[in-house]
Design a protein around this ligand. Structure first.
Ligand SMILES: Cc1ncc(COP(=O)(O)O)c(C=O)c1O
Length: 379
């Protein structure tokens, strides 16, 4: 990527938000003579100071009714997904995901040799009648899904949020068919308006749900830090597994830094600043799309997060748009990688509005509009 490339490709935070004076101060205050403590192996469940902070915050803000035994510190959502794949699926077992879903989660579940099934989405998220249909089919084949993996809030790649009613309906189906719900809620805190539906864990009163979250989008992904909420017996299962027993808790060094930073009251105002920043970016991208996209292109209206999802006309293929845009130094993700069946994403693009500066977003969408027009005209 050269300096004049415009990247609408990756779900990376704005680089200017990462190194704040407050985070730097937290690092410096821990790098004292006592730093050897945080450079040692850490407790298996994770740094207790950070767990205590999260329990208090999640109970206060999200009505989760959890105790320290319900939380484990993980090395990002990725680490949690992989552990869940390892401990809660079996080779050949069924994992249900949204269509589309996050490409790297699909990759992780494939690494665990499961059978992936997907459920289409509309503007309210996963379509429950389609899920029911899939469950009935699996049942008729005597297959019980191991788990359903969902990104319910400001979904990657579409930016869509699963409605409250559908969350309740999915919990009922999970109880009826006996599968685990895994919610990957890494964008939840990046809301641009109020009224975000409660998370699955709170709605299900902690029954049959594992809830994953992360500091990657709201602080810095290089910290490699997140958390996992589940029943005490589920959390114990992660604590007892081989990798945790062998290596200890996840990233004690960064977990202690983040605990210090959060306890000093810096995280909440930082997240509020990010909400304002990314809302402006969302507005820039929507305005640019309205200005530059030809007839026949549609897009989602995310109320939070990093992504917007485009629906291209039938005669315009995402891979062609991606290639031509790349030649003009604009990077975007074609829809194909987000589907179990890549052809389902032939006419979709994902734009990330988190990383590029507003002027570049506008310029990039302008170029994309030109490319799509040319392809539409058969050029
Ligand atoms: C839905 C989703 N889950 C997980 C991740 C990765 O999170 P982490 O950095 O915490 O591993 C991402 C990053 O793009 C994501 O979009």
């Amino acid at each position: 990527m050269t300096a004049d490339t415009i990247s609408l490709l990756l779900g990376h935070p704005d680089p200017t938000t990462l190194l704040t004076p407050e985070l730097q101060a937290a690092v410096e205050s821990l790098m004292s003579a006592n730093a050897y403590r945080i450079l040692q192996y850490g407790p298996e469940q994770g740094t207790q100071g950070l767990i205590a902070y999260l329990v208090d915050k999640l109970n206060r803000e999200q009505g989760m009714a959890i105790a320290p035994g319900n939380v484990m510190i993980v090395a990002g959502s990725t680490h949690a997904c992989d552990m869940i794949g390892r401990l809660y699926t079996k080779p050949g077992g069924v994992v249900i995901v949204e269509a589309p879903s996050y490409a790297d989660s699909i990759h992780i579940f494939r690494d665990h040799h499961v059978e992936l099934c997907s459920v289409p989405m509309d503007q309210d998220g996963m379509i429950v009648t389609e899920l029911e249909r899939l469950l009935a089919r699996l049942d008729s084949e005597s297959k019980k899904p191991d788990l359903l993996y969902t990104i319910p809030t400001f979904h990657n790649p579409t930016g869509i949020t699963l409605s409250h009613e559908r969350r309740l309906a999915i919990i009922q189906l999970a109880q009826r068919y006996g599968f685990l719900i895994v919610e990957d809620d890494v964008y939840r805190d990046l809301a641009f308006e109020s009224g975000v539906p409660a998370n699955f864990y709170a709605l299900a009163h902690g029954q049959g749900v594992l809830s994953i979250n992360s500091f990657s989008k709201t602080l810095a992904p290089g910290l490699r830090l997140g958390w996992l909420v589940g029943s005490e017996s589920d959390i114990q299962r992660f604590v007892d597994c081989g990798t945790t027993q062998m290596g200890g808790g996840a990233n004690p060094f960064t977990a202690n830094i983040v605990a210090e930073y959060c306890r000093n009251g810096h995280w909440e105002p930082h997240v509020a600043g990010l909400q304002t920043l990314y809302k402006q970016r969302r507005d820039v991208v929507i305005e640019a799309l309205s200005k530059y996209m030809p007839q026949g292109v549609r897009w989602t209206h995310p109320a939070g997060g990093f992504f917007i999802w485009l629906y291209l006309p039938d005669n315009v293929f995402a891979q062609d748009v991606k290639r031509l845009a790349h030649e003009r130094k604009v990077l975007v993700a074609a829809g194909n990688g987000f589907y179990i069946n890549p052809a389902d994403g032939n006419h979709n693009l994902r734009l990330a509005f988190s990383f590029a500066r507003p002027d570049d977003i506008e310029a990039g969408v302008h170029i994309l509009g030109q490319v799509i027009r040319e392809l539409q005209a058969g050029g």
